[in-house]
Design a protein around this ligand. Structure first.
Ligand SMILES: *[C@@H]1O[C@H](CO)[C@@H](O)[C@H](O)[C@H]1NC(C)=O
Length: 223
C-alpha cells in the first residue's frame, strides 16, 4: 500500500512537471466576453462526423509546378487546415516549395511547428540559425534530390536554389497550421511601418538605408 502511494505521488510529480498549455493552433486567439462575437475556437469548429465526406481529407494538384516569376524566385504552396479541413486537430500538414533558378525562400520561421524538408529536384543551399543562448550558430547544408533537412521549431531558416535549373522541395510540418513569418517582411515591411528610429538603432543602419529598405515591396511568397 505504501509503495503504491509512493508510486502514485511519483507519477503525479512526473506528469505535473511536464504539464503545460497546449500549443496554439493559430497565430492569435484573443479572449472575448461575449460568445456571440466568437469567430474561431483554437483551431476550427468541427463538422458533425456523420456529415464528413472523402473530399474533407483530399487535395490535388501538388504535382503541378507553381509560378516562381516574382522578386525572390520562389513560391510556397502550404497545404494546411485552410486547404484540407479534415486536418483540423490532427497536427500535420505539408507544403510544396518551387524555386526558379537561383531563387530563394527568404529567411523565415514557423511559429507553430518544426519542419522536415525533402529536396526533390535541383540543388538547395539551406540552413537555420540557433538561438542567442546557443551563440546564433549557423547550421547549414547543401541538399540534392532525396536529401532531407530538419528546421527546428521557431528557428529562422531559408533555402536557396544554387542551380541553374528550377528546384522543387516538399516540406512536412507537425502542425495543422505551421504559420509563416518572413523576417524581412515582418521587420521592414510591417504595416503600418515600424518607426525608423527603432530599425536604425537595432540594426545599426543609417536613415537612408532604413528608408530604402522600408520602401521596398516585401513580396509574400506563400499562398
Ligand atoms: C451520427 O450517427 C450515429 C449513428 O447513426 C448516431 O447515433 C449519432 O447520434 C450521430 N451523431 C451526430 C452528432 O449526429
Amino acid at each position: 500500500m505504501k509503495l503504491f502511494v509512493v508510486l502514485l505521488v511519483c507519477a503525479f510529480a512526473i506528469s505535473s512537471s511536464f504539464a503545460s498549455d497546449p500549443s496554439p493552433l493559430q497565430d492569435i486567439c484573443v479572449a472575448i466576453k461575449e460568445p456571440k462575437d466568437a469567430v474561431f475556437v483554437n483551431g476550427k469548429f468541427c463538422k458533425n462526423p456523420n456529415l464528413t465526406v472523402a473530399d474533407d481529407f483530399f487535395f490535388q494538384g501538388l504535382n503541378v509546378p507553381r509560378n516562381t516569376d516574382n522578386k525572390v524566385g520562389s513560391f510556397i504552396t502550404g497545404v494546411d487546415v485552410n486547404l484540407i479541413s479534415g486536418l483540423n486537430t490532427l497536427g500535420v500538414s505539408v507544403a510544396r516549395v518551387d524555386f526558379a533558378p537561383y531563387g530563394v525562400n527568404p529567411p523565415h520561421l514557423h511559429p507553430h511547428s518544426s519542419e522536415i524538408l525533402m529536396c526533390m529536384e535541383g540543388e538547395l543551399y539551406v540552413g537555420f540559425v540557433l538561438s542567442n543562448v546557443l551563440g546564433n550558430r549557423f547550421i547549414t547544408k547543401v541538399l540534392k534530390p532525396g536529401d532531407l533537412f530538419v528546421f527546428p521549431l521557431g528557428m529562422i531558416h531559408f533555402q536557396l536554389n544554387i542551380g541553374k535549373t528550377p528546384a522543387v522541395a516538399f516540406a512536412s510540418f507537425g502542425s495543422q497550421n505551421p504559420g509563416f513569418i518572413t523576417v524581412g517582411n515582418a521587420v521592414f515591411g510591417a504595416n503600418p511601418p515600424i518607426d525608423p528610429e527603432v530599425l536604425i538603432k537595432a540594426f545599426q543602419l543609417d536613415k537612408k538605408t532604413v528608408d530604402y529598405l522600408q520602401s521596398q515591396l516585401w513580396y509574400n511568397n506563400h499562398n
